[in-house]
Design a protein around this ligand. Structure first.
Ligand code: AMP
Ligand code: MG
Length: 414
């Protein structure tokens, strides 16, 4: 890869969409897979299609508690049928339902032979050993057909699907005790900066605690990758060189924070460039303008800015989907966004895609969004208090209170 940016003249700033497109077209799923017990597959990515070994449901069965009947019997206003047996869930009635007969059935019971429909118990009136049922029943009503959920031999889940609660349940319904999942990518990360102190010791003059390793720990752990935390690395070329070499030898991807802008102590980019094939980008994004992307040995490299909010914004808006692709998820899940009225005015110039942090709230039955106070790129509180990104596109200018804006909720239903 001689030019991961895919464009000549790396000085020109890229749009967020361009940067994402380059990342997504570069990164491919990690090789390798393992077979794991079903429960351990939660959050993992299917390596192969899961084929239904049999029809689900396996038999025609009752969707309701009631009576299995021949619909043709129910002609008059109220028809009296002889109850000739009972079928429980998981059981079958051994006989055949003949004309003028009904079998009491519970939800999930195999549809008795001879019967074609279920009449719900609420519509029935018992009369000794008989039952009186109303007319106008539809043939096939309340019957779940064999194979209506999944047909034998057909893929029930496709390779590339991330396994959530429903997928676990579905594989269990097919009797799978183990499942082939893609190997978890291993992601190394470290923070750079002479001003950074690790938690657990008092701050010296001018120091700040390293928070980026904790936000990245959280984000990557949730993503379900194996993490390798390489700590804080000084703004020192030799130390950085060693950290990059160590990370590249062990990881499928490396995330760093800090040192990619144009300050005197921003060595990270020089070292990346010397050790690997890396491009530096200016991205038309706020917060998070500088970023590096490329390869060191076999490892993908993502050099994020240092400011704590810029780290999270670049991670979610640019890097995350590339890591999801590395995990083998295909197709990438859509990221839902919708438009709501903004309660606050937001100042903006054209040219950059901005991601102020917002709080979605309900007012008079309508969803609206407001800003979380100070939007400085070092103000982590703006993320903590937020439940969404507000997305202000490149072409847009300032937002007036009451304007519609696009929002991306932080949390999906999982
Ligand atoms: P840099 O991109 O290295 O110039 O860093 C930009 C700003 O982010 C500086 O104010 C840093 O102190 C701050 N910063 C960088 N890395 C971290 C970190 N790991 N934790 C907290 N703040 C950081
Ligand atoms: Mg720095």
């Amino acid at each position: 890869m001689s030019d991961p940016s895919g464009c000549a003249g790396s000085e020109a700033a890229l749009s967020v969409a361009q940067a994402r497109a380059i990342l997504l077209s570069s990164v491919a799923p990690v090789a390798g897979w393992e077979s794991v017990p079903l429960r351990s597959a939660l959050g993992r990515v299917l390596y192969r299609d899961v084929v239904a070994p049999f029809d689900v449901p396996a038999h025609d069965n009752s969707a309701m508690d009631g009576y299995a009947v021949r619909a043709a019997d129910l002609t008059g206003e109220a028809t009296r049928l002889a109850v000739v047996g009972t079928a429980y869930a998981g059981g079958a009635f051994s006989g055949v339902v003949g004309p003028g007969q009904a079998v009491r059935v519970m939800t999930g019971a195999v549809l008795p032979r001879g019967a074609d429909s279920i009449v719900v118990q609420e519509a029935a009136r018992l009369d000794g050993a008989a039952v009186i049922l109303p007319a106008a029943q539809r043939v096939g009503q309340h019957v779940r057909r064999a194979g209506e959920d999944l047909a034998a031999g057909k893929p029930a889940l496709l390779a590339g699907k991330r396994i959530g609660p429903a997928e676990l349940g579905l594989m269990a319904s097919l009797g799978y005790a183990e499942v082939a999942v893609r190997r978890r990518p291993r992601i190394a990360f470290f923070s750079t900066g002479d001003e950074l102190a690790s938690i657990g010791r008092p701050l010296g003059p001018g120091e700040v605690y390293d928070s980026n390793r904790y936000t990245l720990f959280g984000a990557l752990t949730r993503l379900g990758v194996d993490i390798l935390d390489l700590g804080v690395v000084r703004d020192d070329p030799a130390a950085l060189e060693q950290a990059f070499a160590e990370a590249a030898a062990q990881a499928d991807a490396i995330l760093t924070t800090g040192g990619v802008s144009v300050g005197e102590a921003d060595y990270v980019k020089d070292i990346m460039a010397r050790q690997g094939e890396v491009r530096f980008w200016k991205i038309d994004i706020k917060p998070g303008r500088p970023m590096a992307f490329g390869k060191l040995g076999d490892a993908w490299l993502f050099g994020l800015p240092g400011n704590p909010v810029a780290v999270l914004v670049s991670y979610y808006q640019i890097v995350l989907d590339a890591l999801v692709r590395l995990q083998g998820v295909d197709p990438l899940p859509p990221r839902p966004s919708f438009r709501v009225s903004c309660a606050d005015a937001i100042r903006k110039l054209t040219g950059r895609r901005e991601f102020p942090r917002g709080v979605l709230f309900q007012e008079d039955g309508q969803w609206r969004v407001r800003l979380t106070g100070n939007q400085g790129s070092g103000v982590l509180r703006s993320m903590v208090e937020a439940n969404c990104f507000i997305v202000l596109p490149e072409g847009g200018t300032s937002v007036a209170a009451g304007d519609l804006v696009e929002v991306q909720p932080f949390e999906g239903m999982v």
